[in-house]
Write a protein that binds this ligand. Structure first.
Ligand code: ADP
Length: 227
C-alpha cells in the first residue's frame, strides 16, 4: 500500500510545561489518513482539535511523536524544508476566512500560486476554475467585504487548494455560518475535495456534518479513538 498522506504517531503536546497552569493537550495521538480519505475530527471545544491540526499542518511542533506528510517524516528537518512542504502539500481552512481584505477573491487565490512560482496566466486560470467549481465565479472580482459569509468561506477553500496540496486541514470551516448556509458550503467543500482526490481532516463539533465524511475520529483525553 502507498504511504498515507498524513501519519501522526504518538503526538504529545503540553502548554506551559512545568508551570501551575500546565495543560497536557495531546498525550500520544495517532492517526493515518489515506489518499482521498476525508476524516472528521470530533471533540468538544477545548479538547485540542486546533492544536492537533496545527501540528499536522506543520504550523506548530509537537513535544514528542512524529508527523509524516506524503511519506516524508518531519522530525529533525529544517524550518526551510517544513515551510516548503507546508506551502506545497498542505491547505488550511479556518472558521474565519482570513482572506486578504484589499485583494479580490480571484487575487486571493492567485497570490499563493505566484508565491509558489506559478506563471500569472496559469494562476489566473486555475483560480477561476476553482471558483467555478464552488459556484462563486461571478464574484471573482469582488473584495471579501462585498461577499456573503458563505461566499467568503468558499473562496477560502479555493485559496487553500490553490497550490494543489495533497492534504487539506480544516478547523470548524462552517462553524461561523448559519445552519442553512453551513450545509451548502460544506457540500461545496466535499465536492471540491472529492473532485481533486485530496485527503482531508476536518474538525467539527457538528455530528451531522461529521456523519457525511468517510470516517470519524474523536479526541479523547489527548488520544484519537475511532467513532
Ligand atoms: P479545540 O480546538 O478543540 O477547541 P485547542 O487546541 O484550541 O482546542 O485547545 C486545547 C487546550 O489547550 C485548551 O484548554 C486551550 O485553552 C489550551 N491552549 C491552546 N493553545 C494554547 C496556548 N498557546 N497556550 C496555552 N494553552 C493553550
Amino acid at each position: 500500500m502507498s504511504d498515507p498522506v498524513l501519519r501522526l504517531s504518538g503526538i504529545e503536546k503540553r502548554y506551559n510545561p512545568g508551570k501551575p497552569n500546565e495543560v497536557a493537550v495531546l498525550r500520544g495521538a495517532d492517526l493515518e489518513v489515506a489518499r482521498g480519505e476525508v476524516v472528521a475530527l470530533v471533540a468538544p471545544s477545548g479538547a485540542g482539535k486546533s492544536t492537533l491540526l496545527h501540528i499536522a499542518g506543520l504550523l506548530d511542533t509537537a513535544d514528542a511523536g512524529e508527523v509524516a506528510i506524503a511519506g516524508e517524516a518531519l522530525s529533525g528537518k529544517s524550518d526551510r524544508r517544513r515551510t516548503i512542504l507546508r506551502r506545497q502539500e498542505v491547505g488550511f481552512v479556518y472558521q474565519f476566512h482570513h482572506l486578504l481584505p484589499e485583494f479580490t477573491a480571484l487575487e486571493n487565490i492567485v497570490l499563493p500560486q505566484r508565491a509558489n512560482g506559478v506563471a500569472p496566466k496559469e494562476a489566473d486560470e486555475r483560480a477561476r476554475a476553482l471558483l467555478r467549481s464552488v459556484g462563486v465565479e461571478a464574484r471573482a472580482e469582488h473584495r471579501p467585504a462585498a461577499l456573503s459569509g458563505g461566499e467568503q468561506q468558499r473562496v477560502a477553500f479555493c485559496r487553500a487548494m490553490a497550490n494543489a496540496p495533497k492534504l487539506l486541514l480544516a478547523d470548524e470551516p462552517t462553524g461561523n455560518l448559519d445552519p442553512g448556509t453551513s450545509d451548502t458550503v460544506f457540500e461545496a467543500l466535499m465536492r471540491l475535495v472529492h473532485e481533486t482526490g485530496l485527503s482531508a481532516v476536518i474538525a467539527t463539533h457538528n455530528l451531522e456534518l461529521a456523519g457525511r465524511m468517510d470516517r470519524q475520529v474523536r479526541l479523547e483525553e489527548g488520544r484519537l479513538v475511532a467513532v
